[in-house]
Unconditional design. Sequence first.
Length: 285
Amino acid sequence: MHADARSPIGVFDSGVGGLSVLEALREALPHERFVYYADTAHAPYGERGDAYVLARTLAVANDLVEGRGVKALVVACNTATAAAIHELRALWPGLPIVGVEPALKPAVAASRGRIAVLATRGTLASAKFRRLQETAAPRAQVVAVPCDGLADAIERADAGEIDALCARYMQAAGPFGAGAGETDTVVLGCTHYPFATGVLRRHAPASVRFLDTGAPVSLRTRQLLAEAGLLAGPGAAGGIELTGSGDLPALEAAARRWLAPAPGAQASKDTDPAQRVTPQALPAA
Ligand code: DGL
């Protein structure tokens, strides 16, 4: 299918996590139309192994690129990026494709002590993460914390389980402080985790910084679209279409909860502002 500047941008994740990236994309690119694909029927990806994640990523990307004719693809999932970004670029060499990776480079620039990377087991075990660590942080003290179950608990909005898992993983990420060998920076290396930042923060001093990747990913997407002459015109009405392999009403409810209402956002039609929380906090958690 031929894509042009009026075509939508495809964004995908194993589930609701990529909404944290979509929010930043929409802010940086208000005139664009987005198709957000949540592969909920096959989530979580993080503990399933590379072959599974690669197969799912190729299937979803094929749906977005060939089926819906997107003009760019944002892989809003660290686990899928680590497992499949090279294959995606080889399959669609002319298509702007943006992946996400844990914000280790900005963490190294900001940290004076130890850096904790919270991510899925798949991301942390990947060759891509090993290379990132070797190039971005060869001398930094980095503690990698695989957060089994956390993306799944966020997916199910299970406040009790989110609380328990955040407590356990922040314990592994510490001790926190500004002294030698203490953690002063926490990298959220999974796009689900920004929705639990409020809970994670409760387990660390206020001075600890939390980094995610939404903003840099949206800037990179804008840059690639500009270079390709594919930016939507300033008169274009932006919007969001939600789709996926799972329960659409549940995805719409998550989008209402986590995305700021915006004109054209299908899932925001009947947003009740009282129901909405910022991406930094989960309800009742
Ligand atoms: N949101 C994803 C990531 O950034 C994947 C979470 C999962 O499905 O395990 O890694």
